[in-house]
Ligand binder design. Structure first.
Ligand SMILES: [Fe+2]
Length: 556
């Protein structure tokens, strides 16, 4: 069966293709359109489809529109109710529903030849749930699934269990109560962009004290049936609203710390309730925008009742394209296969990469090992633009479209945040070979997708200051030789040169732009930021080779 998944309704439009139960391609529209998050998160944009990523998914797999068995759309307008009756203030919500109802016609226009009858609506949180429960490595066993979201049709949360590939929903919290919308409101109050910058609030929280936790415990409460209630919150009574360019004060950090602390307590309670209600499964799989909160995830893993916690790397709405497709493939009789990795986007052959370098007349060469070449530059405190294989699905760079640096220099954080035009309070993250993880860090292992925070062992904090956050934590990616041999080789080479088994890894983009996707974008970034080496597939372009030699040693 060929099932195309589409997310278009709220934000982060994306497409995914599932063939015989296996995800073969998935990509976010922003990587194609070069517009961060794909579109504005407003009802007026709900008609916009991930046309470019959908067309690419089909082309990449050699599937034409005629041979699609179904198109799975991750929102079901038939479940919707009037916004006011849900307690939401959203005067244009009906427009979103109207556009969703017409999605089959919009899709038929975007994908010429598509029979609109093939479009199936999948409830938004069923799509999130499938992106976790059906894609997790343990998908064959009973798996508890917790969706923590901003909003879907009428709810913000789903607690359920997958048994034999079938979802049983145990509780779903109706709107207006929403942990995602709570965090979005806070994000807006602190002067950041909601539905986008929530992770900045999480980083800010570690600078503050949870001074308002007592009050927030009264306002945000779990309920006995496995849900929660969120009362109206007067944010200004706790900290003044901050303008986008306003000063960040202790008051703002304390508010972020308070909400973060209460969120962690609530999601822990929800995870515990689910464990009991689902009959004590060993694994919890999570998705929904709130599941990108790696501090909360780490607490669930450490203090919750599960042996394994797995989080969908595209936990936000983009992941619903993949989840909706897996759900419909299952309904059509296909057994889903766990996803093999997050590298589900575009990739180029070595020949195509070399042609791009020649076209740009860049002085490149092909070293014996690009991993060793990059490790040498990093050991000399250089910055490396690392472009390898297929691009990542979801918000994290995981060694395919990454900007790498030395973890031992305390100045690295400021330097990287400068390259990327980011706020200086934001931490940068380490990647480490799986074999060396336990020597340096404590916490969830494996952590292939950077969705948990870890403790840096005290004796290592001064050795890798660039990746150690103010509270002694780091958001680690573990690198496994079986799935990421090239990155593992780079880390091993770097350790040989420096004694440090860790490299700084951040996403390959500059401020406000989506992650680099194509080789041309990688070269544009290299040309516009102080990067010392561009490692484009097996080819190396050194900053110091630009200038007099420009264009002469190409192809050496
Ligand atoms: Fe969602």
């Amino acid at each position: 069966m060929h099932v195309l998944g589409i997310n278009a309704i709220f934000h982060d439009p994306a497409a995914a293709l599932v063939v015989d139960g296996e995800v073969v391609a998935a990509a976010e529209e922003e990587r194609f359109s070069r517009r961060k998050h794909g579109k504005r998160p407003v009802p007026f944009s709900a008609w916009e489809l991930p046309e470019l990523s959908a067309a690419w998914c089909l082309a990449a797999a050699g599937v034409d529109v005629d041979s699609l068995d179904a198109v799975a759309y991750s929102f079901d307008p038939g479940m919707c109710r009037d916004a006011a009756s849900l307690g939401l203030t959203d005067p244009w919500d009906w427009l979103r529903v109207d556009y969703a109802e017409r999605a089959p016609q919009f899709l038929a226009a975007a994908l010429p030849g598509l029979d609109p009858e093939k479009v199936r609506f999948v409830p938004h949180h069923v799509a999130h749930a499938a992106s976790a429960g059906l894609a997790a490595p343990t998908a064959g066993d009973d798996t508890a699934v917790l969706v923590l979201d901003g909003r879907g049709e009428v709810a913000s949360h789903l607690a359920g269990v997958y048994r034999g590939g079938e979802l049983t929903s145990l509780y779903s919290q109706e709107l207006p109560h929403s942990l995602g919308l709570l965090y979005e409101d806070l994000t807006r109050h602190l002067g950041f962009l909601h539905s986008s910058d929530e992770y900045k609030v999480m980083a800010l929280a570690s600078y503050g004290e949870p001074k308002h936790l007592g009050l927030l415990r009264e306002l945000v409460r779990v309920t006995p049936e496995g849900g929660f209630h969120v009362d109206r919150i007067d944010w200004a009574s706790m900290a003044k609203a901050r303008a986008a360019d306003g000063e960040m004060t202790d008051e703002h950090a304390d508010l972020a710390a308070s909400v973060q602390a209460r969120l962690e307590e609530v999601v822990l309670d929800l995870a515990r309730w689910l464990h009991d209600a689902a009959g004590g499964p060993a694994t919890l799989a999570m998705a929904g925008g709130v599941a990108l909160n790696c501090v909360a995830n780490a607490r669930i893993a450490a203090e919750g009742p599960y042996r394994n916690v797995w989080v969908q790397p595209a936990a936000g709405d983009s992941g619903t394209a993949l989840g909706a497709a897996l759900h419909v493939a299952g309904a059509l009789g296909d057994r889903s296969a766990p996803m093999s990795g997050a590298d589900l986007g575009r990739g180029w052959s070595d020949e195509a990469l070399e042609a791009e370098l020649r076209r740009a007349a860049l002085p490149y060469h092909r070293p014996e090992s690009i991993a060793a070449e990059a490790a040498r530059v990093l050991a000399g405190n250089g910055i490396v633009a690392w472009y390898q294989g297929r691009s990542e699905y979801g918000p994290r760079a995981l060694g395919h479209r990454s900007l790498l640096a030395h973890p031992g220099d305390p100045a690295t954080t400021a330097r990287m945040n400068d390259v990327k035009g980011r706020e200086q309070f934001r931490p940068i993250a380490p990647m480490v070979r799986a074999e060396r993880f336990a020597d340096i860090f404590q916490g969830v292992f494996p952590s292939r997708y950077m969705l948990f925070v870890h403790r840096v062992k005290p004796e290592w904090r001064d050795r890798i200051p660039a990746v150690t956050h103010v509270d002694g934590t780091a958001r680690v990616q573990t690198v496994h030789t079986d799935t990421e041999p090239l990155v593992a080789e780079l880390l091993a080479e770097f350790e040989q040169l420096t004694g440090l088994p860790v490299v700084v890894n951040t996403s390959l983009n500059t401020a406000g732009r989506p992650m680099v996707d194509t080789p041309r974008e990688a070269m544009e970034l290299f040309g516009s930021a102080p990067v010392d080496l561009l490692a484009l597939g097996p080819f190396a372009v050194h900053r110091h080779a630009l200038g007099a030699d420009r264009g002469r040693d190409g192809g050496r």
